[in-house]
Design a protein around this ligand. Structure first.
Ligand SMILES: Cc1cc2nc3c(=O)[nH]c(=O)nc-3n(C[C@H](O)[C@H](O)[C@H](O)COP(=O)(O)OP(=O)(O)OC[C@H]3O[C@@H](n4cnc5c(N)ncnc54)[C@H](O)[C@@H]3O)c2cc1C
Length: 353
């Protein structure tokens, strides 16, 4: 197996290949233009996945959502919200399977390999499409002097911040009562200057969390595509795009890792039974349509988005929403979800292009 690009997707697919086909049966070469893998905070919800579970660095059993002047906390009963890092995923891969690493540009598949899995993408992640937005963020890992956080409650979306420059929420992953990653996340067409994210973080920490005395011990910045056009995955014979480059990012949430795990399982199981590699069919068209509607609303009516997302979590069981975001619900559940939402923006989005 030849990986063009050796980032998160390449490591996840390698782990799944070793698990499905046997570590001794797979020969992995990864070619990346850089030998340094930038660290990232990567979160996934769901049942513990045995293939990557040993790379978990933190877990939460409750999720908080904030809007207006209130917040709610929802218990996860059968699943967990788990955090990995690029470092933990790479270390797990190196402990499970031999990876030959090459440094340099990857331009064409290596003809000696049975399959090329291509995750090359540029830093300019915004794709040409009829709706092309970004989920962009900047966060601080902070340490406080006073007890500030509940380490069992991760804040998934807190809209109690200014909404003046795009849909904006804060995401908090607490690691102890005095340490947390606090990220300002935005859905809009362009990234912000760093000072703008930092202003939002300062105001949130002061006014919502109630803490003024803290040290910033690390920071994280990123941008993920939110668009309605998916790239062609089959790039040639046994040459398949994976990860962000393969369109595995859920357009409306940015979550990619869990979809890579599912895609890799499908790809490797199919290879085990047929001896050929080909990308699995895409999800049902309904989910594609729901994503398009929400993207249109984010583009055209950003002011209503916080209320829609808040209502989604406030009026529905949290695990149903997470399954919906994983595209694993049935039509009946989806109708219940849509019934609970403010419907006018969706009607307007249906008639708009
Ligand atoms: C800061 C951040 C946090 C994120 N958090 C989450 C999260 O919590 N949960 C989630 O599900 N998703 C998350 N994502 C989205 C997604 O999971 C990550 O972007 C993830 O890294 C995608 O993996 P990838 O392999 O597709 O891309 P990357 O990890 O970016 O790997 C692509 C690799 O290709 C290499 N490359 C590019 N061009 C070439 C070339 N021509 N030749 C050779 N090598 C090349 C690059 O150097 C890079 O190493 C996050 C993204 C960011 C940026």
């Amino acid at each position: 197996m030849y990986f063009m690009g050796g980032g998160i997707a390449a490591h996840v697919y390698s782990l799944v290949a070793a698990d499905t086909l046997g570590a001794d049966a797979v020969h992995i070469t990864m070619r990346d233009r850089s030998h340094v893998m930038p660290d990232k905070t990567l979160c996934v919800w769901g049942e513990p996945n045995p293939v990557i579970h040993d790379a978990v660095v933190a877990e939460w059993g409750r999720l908080r959502f904030g809007y207006g002047d209130t917040s709610i906390v929802r218990e996860l009963e059968t699943i967990r919200y788990s955090q990995y890092t690029a470092t933990s995923i790479r270390a797990l891969t190196d402990s499970r399977v031999v990876v030959v690493r090459e440094t340099g540009e990857a331009e064409l598949p290596d003809p000696a390999c049975d399959v090329a899995l291509d995750s090359r993408h540029t830093d300019q992640v915004r794709r040409p499409a009829s709706i092309s937005l970004l989920q962009h963020f900047h966060g601080w890992r902070i340490r406080t002097n006073a007890t500030t956080f509940d380490p069992d409650v991760a804040t998934m979306m807190d809209f109690r911040v200014s909404q003046s420059d795009g849909v904006c929420f804060v995401y908090v992953l607490p690691y102890s009562p005095t340490e947390a990653l606090v990220e300002c996340t935005v859905f809009s067409a362009e990234t912000w200057p760093q000072a703008l994210y930092e202003d939002r973080l300062k105001v949130y920490l002061r006014d919502v969390v109630g803490v003024a005395d803290y040290d910033v011990i690390a920071s994280e910045t990123g941008a993920i595509p939110m668009c309605d056009k998916q790239p062609v995955r089959q790039r040639g014979n046994a040459w398949i795009a994976i990860g962000v480059a393969g369109g595995l990012t859920k357009p409306t949430t940015g979550y990619t890792v869990a979809r890579c795990v599912r895609d890799a399982c499908h790809l490797m199981q199919q290879y085990r039974s047929t001896g050929t590699f080909s990308p699995p069919p895409t999800a049902h068209w309904r989910f594609d349509w729901y994503d398009r509607l929400l993207l249109r609303i984010i583009r055209d009516e950003p002011a209503v988005v916080p209320r829609i997302l808040w209502t989604l979590f406030e009026r529905n069981p949290v695990e149903r929403i997470l399954r919906f975001l994983d595209e694993e619900t049935r039509l009946r559940e989806e109708l219940l979800i849509f019934w609970s939402l403010p419907w006018r923006p969706f009607l307007r989005a249906i008639v708009r292009r």
